[in-house]
Design a protein around this ligand. Structure first.
Ligand code: ATP
Length: 211
């Protein structure tokens, strides 16, 4: 994100891709305006939060009119750097990694997995979902220098060592799907998605905080 957007709170920033996806669908269906109530029902974020989020970037909806879809969309496109393709690498082409390689991220946003890495000799040199699998040993030499983001789908045991290697190769953001908590330098951002913890937490909440 660019410097002039650093004042947007992190919680708001995290919701931007959600808003963006919904507004893109609205625009594709020819809708020119949307109210915060409509948005709220679609993205499941309460309308007061939406109004506050939007006020951070100067989009003040008009009473009885709502928000201009194309204005919002062009703002989000710029903010989320959607005008440029963001290239991403993936490390660990197991079951989860394979699913991500087949999943077309670029259908919904402008990111694309351009290379994958693994240590398994049987996988190295082959292609999954049109993406070539490289030897992790050669990460630094073979990595596209434009890439700054990596998706990590390896077992937890080697995760830290691989994270060190990724940082060494110039990676600035890691989407960590392993259960391991990673130690990285301050300048590197890790977003952690532990699917089994999320599932456990959902089951717990259903039991103890029924809606
Ligand atoms: P599979 O059935 O292909 O083994 P899985 O998801 O059950 O898939 P995992 O053991 O979680 O397998 O491993 C995920 C992927 O990470 C595999 O492709 C494996 O070869 C790879 N992997 C394991 N150790 C490393 C490592 N040190 N560096 C890079 N990749 C690794």
């Amino acid at each position: 994100m660019k410097n002039d957007q650093t004042k947007i709170p992190q919680a708001t920033a995290k919701r931007l891709p959600l808003y963006y996806r919904f507004l893109e669908n609205l625009s594709a269906s020819g809708k020119q305006r949307v109210s915060s109530t409509e948005l709220s029902e679609a993205v499941k974020v309460d309308s007061a939060t939406i109004r506050r989020d939007f006020s951070y970037f100067g989009a003040l909806g008009k009473k009885g009119y709502g928000y201009n879809v194309n204005y919002l969309l062009s703002f989000f496109r710029k903010t989320l750097d959607q005008d440029e393709l963001t290239k991403v690498i993936l490390v660990g082409v197991g079951n989860l990694g394979t699913a991500f390689l087949h999943y077309n991220f670029s259908k919904n946003n402008n990111t694309q997995i351009v290379m994958a890495f693994d240590v398994d000799e049987n996988k190295i040199g082959s292609e999954v979902g049109g993406v070539q699998i490289h030897n992790l040993k050669n990460l630094k030499e073979e990595m596209d220098p434009e890439v700054t983001v990596a998706i990590l789908t390896v077992p937890s045991a080697p995760a830290q060592k691989i994270a060190d290697q990724l940082v060494e190769a110039g990676i600035q953001g890691i989407l960590n799907f392993t259960p391991a908590r990673l130690d990285v330098p301050e300048k590197v951002r890790v977003h952690h998605i532990d699917l089994s913890v999320e599932l456990q937490s959902l089951v717990y909440f259903l039991k103890h905080y029924p809606v």
